[in-house]
Write a protein that binds this ligand. Structure first.
Ligand SMILES: [Zn+2]
Ligand SMILES: [Zn+2]
Ligand SMILES: [Zn+2]
Length: 143
């Protein structure tokens, strides 16, 4: 998880950033989630309408552990099932997917979780998925 900028060239003590990460990471519950990603422009322009979280994998019909591709809205199973979302990324390079298990967002290109509560392009679809899954809006929605 490389952060841009902030490389303190003149400093003698480069450990502070790691110490901060472990401090805040444990607190937030979104360990290592990035707050930016270069692959967001590839997201579908209509994420207001998405398949329901109980949709089966489009290829093997696996009923759970599925991911929603945020680029083309295909629902595919996780790398712990038949790896269909991973294959989807490898074949057509759709990078960003939302987990219907825990609503986390993963970028295959960044190889990292994305913080859907912070990134403006992801927050609406996170809220929509949360609403579909739990029947109510996510608790952080206070704006
Ligand atoms: Zn599958
Ligand atoms: Zn896709
Ligand atoms: Zn990315």
């Amino acid at each position: 998880m490389a952060t841009h900028g902030g490389s303190a060239s003149g400093q003698e003590n480069p450990i502070t950033e790691e110490e901060q990460d472990s401090l805040y990471g444990a607190e937030s519950g979104w360990v290592d989630a990035r707050t930016s990603c270069d692959h967001l422009p590839s997201l579908s322009s209509d994420l207001a309408h998405i398949p329901t979280p109980d949709t089966h994998c489009n290829r093997c019909q696996h009923p759970n552990e599925n991911w929603l591709c945020l680029c083309c809205k295909e629902v595919l199973c996780s790398r712990f099932v038949n790896k269909h979302m991973l294959q989807h990324y490898q074949q057509i390079h759709h990078s960003v997917a939302l987990s219907y298990s825990d609503l986390s967002v993963w970028c295959f290109s960044c190889d990292a979780y994305l913080d859907a509560q912070v990134i403006p392009q992801l927050r609406p679809v996170y809220e929509t998925a949360y609403l579909l899954k739990f029947g109510e809006a996510p608790p952080f929605r206070t704006v």
